[in-house]
Design a protein around this ligand. Structure first.
Ligand SMILES: [Zn+2]
Length: 217
């Protein structure tokens, strides 16, 4: 089996995700910078570029001034809205048919969008019921990287937009009502950024289970 280029996952998902990588490559191969018109188009879809550190460090700083500790939730919700809207767009644009194609396109778009690489861990178990669970790392998360590069010490995980984005994607792509929580983050000194995505009523329990399994505090 041919290896994937942009997602790290279990061998059985490789044949499903491979064609999506090709489709996404094609979508992102038509980039037009049109500064005379103030526009940036990818396959005729308008995108806007932000510097990663403006979108992570400075967005949070300003939100904290307005909503205090609610900033984390606000960033998470914004990420979730973006992920959901992007999923709906790409399901149609790339004509994604099966459930695994629709879900699998998320990590591929994530890589092309510059958010992070997605590396699925073996606990991931995609089902229709309350057993549904995703466990994954985000190597190279732009949010953690921004804080590390700025040498800002953090006590809590900072990748809330990325966390929200994945929850939003599975909802927009597949109608799954799940929420994500980051349980380890490079910005606070952990070796990786690790996430648990599960039905909201089981999220705390799942977080506890995965933290214990990987010996995370
Ligand atoms: Zn992180």
């Amino acid at each position: 089996v041919e290896e994937l280029k942009y997602v790290i996952t279990s061998p059985e998902l490789i044949p499903v995700v491979k064609p999506i990588e090709d489709k996404m490559e094609q979508f992102f191969s038509h980039m037009e910078l049109k500064p005379k018109e103030g526009g940036f188009l990818i396959s005729n879809e308008r995108y806007v570029m932000y510097r990663a550190s403006s979108m992570s460090i400075f967005l949070r700083k300003e939100l904290e001034k307005i909503v205090g500790s609610g900033a984390e939730q606000a960033i998470y919700r914004f990420g979730k809205a973006c992920g959901s809207a992007d999923a709906k767009f790409f399901v149609e644009k790339l004509n994604l048919q099966s459930r695994f194609e629709r879900i699998g396109a998320g990590p591929v778009h994530f890589a092309f969008g510059g958010y992070a690489v997605v590396q699925f861990l073996p606990e991931t178990n995609i089902t229709d019921d309350d057993e549904c669970l995703f466990v994954y790392d985000h190597p190279n998360s732009y949010e953690a990287d921004s804080y590390i590069q700025a040498k800002i010490e953090c006590k809590h995980p900072v990748c809330q937009l990325n966390a929200g984005y994945s929850a939003g994607w599975v909802f927009g792509a597949e109608g799954l009502h799940l929420d994500a929580k980051e349980i380890a983050c490079r910005a606070k000194g952990d070796a990786f950024c690790r996430f648990v995505l599960a039905p909201p009523k089981r999220l705390n329990e799942r977080v506890k289970e995965i933290k214990e399994k990987y010996n995370l505090r």
